[in-house]
Design a protein around this ligand. Structure first.
Ligand code: ZN
Length: 312
């Protein structure tokens, strides 16, 4: 069962059941909205002996795929512990006809060649074979070129799904051979349902700042979002300093900024105090600046000083 993305579910069910699926898709959209889960569910539907898409099924193929999905986390840990051993770079194979490549090692040329080799032998179940490449943008140029050949000459009923939050980083030659499908962030209700399913408790305010993404919720929780929000609401300089200076990487500082910016934006809207215009504009510039390789301490200090001056 997939929560959200109902249009895509209906569309793919229609395409698959009428035999009009293309052989390669890029699923793009921000992290944490279920693109990979969607790809794996579509894969299960294609391999299902009863042809059931996006609905529960207990045919032998679906059982095999689901059992392997539950075990995959354990195997991931084993693989992690055996980096130098024979498991290095081994792709996760869910059932003989479904591959998930989702670790940097999986996206190396050796693994891609392995898969291409496997695809040349006939399938185990129905005719379909499915390959899901998560974070496909992490593929190096060599691996991408090897993969490109398979995309140009797909063998039999093979479906490739490239999952990516940064599709611009894929080679243009790969992009031009895939159909792109953009996934929207989850709406608030769906996000809440997903979080309940994975047993994550959140308060309402956190949901407002999550931008429809489960990963964003996890980041905000690491950040002590509630503390930061309270510091902003009460103009606590000490609290703000603590949040800003405890960010120990540019990514974490960007997360702090992602909370500060909308808060001060709404402060401006409610007070119409012009000091906040200058602050918001500064913070917007910093969002861009943090994407370049700036000095973390200087960036933190800049943000803190600007806020402190505004609140004086
Ligand atoms: Zn089934």
């Amino acid at each position: 069962m997939i929560l959200g993305h109902t249009k895509q579910q209906a569309m793919f069910k229609r395409l698959a059941t009428t035999g009009r699926l293309s052989h390669a898709y890029i699923f793009s959209g921000i992290d944490g909205i279920g693109k990979r889960t969607f790809a794996m569910e579509l894969a299960r539907g294609l391999l299902c002996s009863d042809g059931k898409f996006f609905e529960p099924c207990d045919c032998p193929m679906c059982k095999l795929v689901l059992r392997d999905q539950q075990e995959s986390d354990t195997r991931r840990v084993e693989r992690e512990a055996d980096k130098k051993g024979e498991n290095k770079g081994k792709k996760l194979r869910f059932c003989p006809d479904l591959y998930l490549l989702d670790e940097p090692d999986d996206l190396r040329i050796e693994s891609i060649r392995d898969i291409i080799g496997d695809l040349s032998v006939s399938s185990y179940g129905n005719d379909w074979r499915v390959v899901v490449l998560d974070n496909a943008h992490d593929m190096g140029v060599e691996a991408a070129n090897a993969f490109l050949k398979t995309l140009e000459e797909p063998s039999g009923e093979t479906l490739f799904m490239l999952v990516s939050s940064q599709p611009d980083r894929l080679l243009p030659t790969i992009r031009s051979r895939c159909l792109n499908l953009d996934f929207e962030p989850l709406d608030k209700n769906t996000l809440l349902m997903v979080l309940r399913k994975v047993k994550i408790n959140v308060n309402e305010v956190l949901l407002d700042y999550a931008g429809g993404s489960v990963s964003r919720i996890q980041l905000l929780r690491q950040l002590d979002f509630t503390g930061l929000k309270a510091s902003i609401d009460t103009n606590s300089i000490e609290g703000l300093a603590k949040s800003i200076f405890s960010a120990d990487s540019l990514d974490k500082l960007a997360d702090v900024l992602a909370v500060l910016l909308p808060c001060y934006m709404s402060r401006y809207k409610s007070t119409l105090d012009v000091r906040y215009v200058s602050l918001v504009s500064y913070l917007e510039t910093m969002v861009q600046t943090l994407k370049t390789n700036v000095n973390l301490n200087l960036a933190s200090l800049g943000i803190f000083t600007k806020i402190a001056e505004t609140l004086k």
